[in-house]
Design a binder for this molecule. Sequence first.
Ligand SMILES: Cc1ncc(COP(=O)(O)O)c(C=O)c1O
Length: 413
Amino acid sequence: MQRPSDDFPLLAARTRSPSLVYLDSAATSQKPRAVLEAMDAFLRTANANVHRGVYRLAEEATRRYHEAREKVRAFLNAPRAYNHDGAPTTIVFTKNATEALNLVAWSYGLQALSPGDEILVTRMEHHSNFVPWQLVAARTGAGLAIVDPEPDGTLSLERFRRSVSERTKIVALCHVSNVLGTVNSVREVADLAHAAGAVVVVDGAQSAPHLPVDVQALGCDFFAASGHKMLGPTGIGILYGREALLSAMPPFLAGGGMIREVRDRSSTWNDLPYKFEAGTPPIAEAVGLAAAVDYLAAFGMDRIRERVSALVSLAWDGLSRIPGVSLHGPPPDRRAGLVSFSLDGVHAHDLAHILDEEGIAIRAGHHCAQPLHAWLGVPATPRASFHIYNDEEDVDRLLAALGKVRDVFHAAR
Ligand SMILES: Cc1ncc(COP(=O)(O)O)c(C=O)c1O
C-alpha cells in the first residue's frame, strides 16, 4: 500500500537500522520527491539570474520565479495586487521566517515607534518574533509588553484586551506556538489590536505547514513563514505584508535589484515586492517552494490538519498514560502539529539521545523560546512534531521507547 512517506526519498530509503522515525518537522520538514525534482530540473535546464537578463534563458528563470510568488500568494490567499510586470506586490521572498520578521521589525518598527509607544508580544514567541522587538524597542525608546499564556497554554483574549492600549503600536504573535502547539485566535487578537490602532505581525512558521492559512481572513498586517518547514527547501522564507504598509516602508537591505535609480548621494526604490529583495534572490529555492506549495495544496490543507491532528491526539493520549510524563500546552483540539512534554527525573537531552538509539528523532532544548521555558519552569523540553509522512506506527514507536526510557531511569533510582 502506498504511504505518504513513500513520496519522501529520505524516509522511503529505509536504509537505517533501526529504521528512522522522524519526529522533528517543527524544526524542518522532509522534502517530497516533487520538490527535489523541480529544483534539480530547474538547475539543470533553466538556471539563470532573474530580472536582469534579456536573453531567453533569463526570461524563463524570471518566469519561474514569478510563478512561484503567485503560487505562494494563492496559497496564503493574499490579495490579487500586482506590479507592472505581474508580480504580486504583497509577497516578499526572504531567507527564512526570521529574516521576514526582522524585516518588519527594522523597516516598519523603527519608523513607526517613538518613546512611550508599546510593542506587545506574547511569552510563547520564538526568539525570532521576540528578540528583534527587544532590539527595536531599545533603539526607539518604545516599551515591550509581554502577554503571558494561561496555565493551560492558551492565550486569553481578555488578557489581551487588558494589555492593549492607545500606546500599543505593534502586536506580534505566533499563529501556532512551536513549544505549546497552541493555535492562537489571530483574528480576534487582530480585531482588538486594530481597534487600538496597532498593526499585527503574525509569525506563521508553524501554521503555514499545517493549517489552511488565509491572511485576509486572519486580518493580519504581516505574516511570516519559512519554506523549509512547509516541505520546501531551506534558504527561502515568505513575508506577506499589506500593500499600503509595505509601500510606505523604507528598504531593509540595500543593493542590486531593489533600486530604481542610484545617484551619487541618494537612490530611489524599485516597485514592490522588489524593494525588499536586495541581491540575487533564492531562485531555485523559490521553484522548490512552488513545488512544495503545489504538493501541500494537492494533498489538501484540511486533510493535512486532520491527519496530523489524529497523530497529535494519539501521542497526547499515549503520553498522558505514561507515569511521570507531564504535557505542556492545551489538549489536542486546540493545538497543531506537535507535543512537548517532560519526563520526571530525565533531562530532555538524555531522553532525546536514548530515543535516537531507537531510531527516533525528536528535538530537545528550549526550542528558541527561553522566556516561555522560564514560565514553564523547565530549562528544556523534548518535543515530538509531525507532518503528513508520519503515521500511527511512528507514534507507537515513540510511546514504546519512552516507556523503556522511563523504566530504565526509574529502575536506576
Ligand atoms: C514559531 C517559529 N517562528 C520562527 C521560527 C524561525 O524559523 P527559521 O529558523 O526558519 O527562520 C521558527 C523555527 O523553528 C518557529 O518555530
